[in-house]
Design a protein around this ligand. Sequence first.
Ligand code: GLC
Length: 426
Amino acid sequence: MTSLAVDETIARAIEVLKENDHGAYTIPTKGLYPFQWNWDSCLTALGLAHYDEARAWTEIETLFAHQWPDGMVPHIVFHVWSDGYFPGPEVWQTGRPTATSGITQPAVAGFAVRRLFDRAKDKKLASERARALLPKIDAWHRWFYESRDPKGVGLVAIIHPWESGRDNSIDWDDAFERVPTEGVEPYTRRDTLHADPAHRPTREQYDRYLWLVQHFRALGWDNARLHDASPFQIVDPGFNSILIRASSDLADLAEALGEKEIASANRARVEKGLAAMEQLWSEAHGQYLCLDRTTGKLVDSASVGGILPAFAAIPAARVASVATTVERLAGKARFVVPSHDPDDPRFDAKRYWRGPVWLVVNYMIADGLAAAGHGAVARRITQSSLDLITESGFAEYYDPHTGEPLGGGRFTWTAAMVIEFLKGRG
Ligand code: GLC
């Protein structure tokens, strides 16, 4: 891209962010997602910081203002009323002062806050705002290991596919078969009014998503009970790696700010988590796999969730194999990184997390690969990402073969990631 094209693209991305800015939080996109989403906001803050550092801190603070007393940070905060989204507060019934969902999402906050802090031009502002967020993020991390790793193995489980952020991944298919659908209250989906139903999860999957929500609701959203009571318990390598990376970043930040206890608690989580990740390695696939905690078996499904661990400090030999796997995928799809291996018969180039490329995932993988010395593969991912927005605009996700824009348009975190890719870490 010429420098003029870069400036123009950044200006267009900023327009998308501003359009979706609701003052103290940013919605993912108009229509389809009219509230605040957890990991969207944390990654969006990185884009916001390029033109307004104070606003970037506010984005994350708003999310944490709705943290639960037990430490959980919900995946959606329903700041305003809207009948355009399902399932809304009347389904979740979490009883929070401001309505929220009752499940969580990938823990990118620790990573985002450290990056905001490191890059801040206004160091005084950054120290104040980071210091206030530190104990809250630490409480969230503690909550994860207490509630989602009751046996203390060092890895946490998700209990609903939506927690992973990769809602309808092929990774969940087998385990999802065990989730019943009987007794699901009648409902009308709203996502299929805003996007092509062929690009969204199926009706059957939706029934199961809702069965789990009703089940947890019947248990009063008591996190001391939900993990063991869930028929769906998956240890997702991508999800765990994000938590491990965030714990490591939080530890560094805590050290810089003189918070020794937070630093050592998070270092211990990183050490234990990285060691336990080895159980998820698949030599045959050259990547990590999910573990079904209810059966104790690895899930034979080569998804991007097993490539995301490049984001954490996994061993050099592992990250080298993952880099090779990305190169292999680049030979099978025009744009990397597809959310599932195109050789798998279950791959679907257009259906949400069953094949399409997502820029947030690309960002995290490229970041980890670059840090581990795999610059060429990281640049390949960055280039694919920029080619996609040049050809197809700021879409929610993209077909890895054709580059066709899919899902919602004018998407916030896609725009934020483009700014990140173009401005780099400077
Ligand atoms: C979808 C995605 C999830 C994201 C949300 C808002 O549910 O799967 O990862 O957080 O949309 O963009």
